[in-house]
Design a protein around this ligand. Structure first.
Ligand code: PLP
Length: 446
């Protein structure tokens, strides 16, 4: 309506005057206004409908404004809006029960945080106190959050201006077959070589000094490059051998995104600590947390845990989590995500790769896919440099938006990360738009 558009224009003016935005040079930033959201769609400041294939920051796994979750938040608000973390609250207890039930066996205790970064901060703190060691090993080409320690374990250019050597973080090369650091030609080679490298890193850094290895099960923003077979089992074995805590960061990959409740389920590994956020309640109210294995829990049975947050296990967020998990179960969203990956997204991206010389690689599972664009398939030179953008990438993204689709993009990649309950017809429409937009990239090949 005209009134909604006028509200949107005023919101934009006030935003530019008073809102300081994440990760931006504030001056040139020209944010998009969103005036309405529903299911797989959002509407912009001009009232234009866009298919949301980004799930915002890959968090609205159940789509926008799911009625059961909206109602659960309203009901919880009418009952108890907030209560301090030291008190028992039924929404929190039930959310913890459900999360423990879904998590790998042996991970039964939940520490709630406000999001993913603080979940990783606390998982590392627990690992350090449990082992009595300080160092943390984490992967290059990763993202773990924007707070001080989380951004330092991150392996992405956003760390550079925040680098602080005092954090005790050492980076290693993860397994990434398409851009193998080890010159691997096959997945099996990549697994063997990446594990040998990690073992060398552990030896050279001193196993007795290493508290934790933190790893995204399927690295998200850094490229949705799933681990080759055997890699995670190898990480599990190496960390166990040396008494190092294995922290699985499932902030983006968890809660159905990959077509399983947790991505570790695909590779049948159980970490010592697992972190989550985003999909746990689709971000309707901020929530994250750490699921804790029994040995780590036992460290804090007689010893005080030195950490906490005013909003840990916030009732509104936990009620939203209970309703989200329930809706995902009742509506078969996990199975649907797996089916969409297998039957729709996978085959369609393979077809795009066959048709477009700019597509170097397509990969993913469930509703978690990346299209990696290159200038040259032989050299695999990316269409935009690491940490940067390019005219070619901007042209592709412009064409996707002009086609009515909101994409998620990073450097030379377009990520296809729709809601797990998107209608097949909508998904096909969105993929048609991306397919056509890739012509823009093809023009820059060679
Ligand atoms: N870990 C991963 C894998 C993520 O993708 C993100 C966010 O994108 C985070 C951690 C940080 O979560 P938050 O932004 O909720 O702090």
């Amino acid at each position: 309506t005209q009134e909604a558009l006028a509200r949107g224009r005023r919101a934009y003016e006030l935003d530019r005057k008073h809102v300081f935005h994440s990760w931006q040079a504030q001056g040139p930033f020209d944010p998009m206004t969103i005036t309405r959201t529903a299911g797989s769609r959002v509407w912009d400041g001009e009232g234009r409908e866009l298919l949301d294939l980004s799930c915002q920051l890959v968090n609205t796994n159940i789509g926008h404004q799911h009625p059961a979750v909206v109602k659960a938040i309203q009901d919880q608000a009418a009952d108890i809006c907030t209560i301090a973390p030291q008190h028992v609250n039924d929404a929190r207890s039930e959310a913890a029960r459900l999360i423990a039930e879904l998590a790998p066996e042996g991970l039964d205790r939940v520490f709630f945080t406000n999001g993913g970064a603080d979940a990783n901060e606390h998982a590392i703190r627990m690992a350090r106190l449990h082992t009595g060691r300080q160092k943390v090993l984490s992967a290059y080409r990763s993202y773990h959050g924007g707070t001080q320690l989380a951004v330092n374990v991150t392996g992405d250019p956003r760390r550079f201006p925040n680098d602080s050597p005092g954090e005790g973080v050492v980076h290693f090369m993860p397994a990434y077959t398409y851009r193998s650091h080890f010159g691997s030609e096959t997945e099996a080679e990549e697994t063997t070589r990446a594990l040998r490298h990690l073992e060398d890193m552990i030896t050279l850094e001193g196993p007795a000094n290493i508290a934790a290895v933190i790893l995204e099960t399927v690295p998200g923003t850094a490229g949705i490059y799933g681990p080759p077979p055997g890699y995670l089992a190898g990480v599990r074995e190496l960390t166990r051998k040396h008494g190092i805590m294995y922290i699985a960061d499932e902030v983006m990959a968890g809660f159905g995104r990959t077509g399983a409740w947790f991505a570790v389920d695909h590779w049948d590994v159980a970490p010592d600590l697992l972190t989550f956020a985003k999909g746990v309640n689709s971000g309707y109210v901020p929530l994250g947390g750490v699921v804790i294995s029994e040995p780590v829990y036992e460290t804090f049975v007689d010893r005080q845990y030195p950490g906490g947050l005013t909003y840990s296990g916030h009732p509104l967020a936990c009620a939203a989590a209970v309703a989200t998990i329930t809706a995902m179960r009742e509506e078969g969203m996990i199975e649907n995500a797996a089916r969409l990956g297998r039957e729709v997204i996978g085959p369609r991206l393979e077809a795009m790769k066959a048709a477009h010389p700019s597509v170097g690689d397509v990969r993913g599972l469930g509703c978690f896919w990346a299209i990696e664009l290159v200038k040259d398939r032989e050299t695999r030179e990316p269409l935009a440099p690491y940490g940067g953008s390019s005219d070619a990438m901007n042209a592709v993204l412009g064409a996707i938006r002009a086609g009515g689709v909101l994409p998620f993009a990073n450097f030379n990649r377009i990520h296809v990360v729709p809601p797990l309950n998107i209608a097949d017809a909508d998904l096909h429409t969105g993929l048609d738009v991306i397919d056509r937009a890739l012509n823009e990239a093809d023009a820059h090949v060679g």
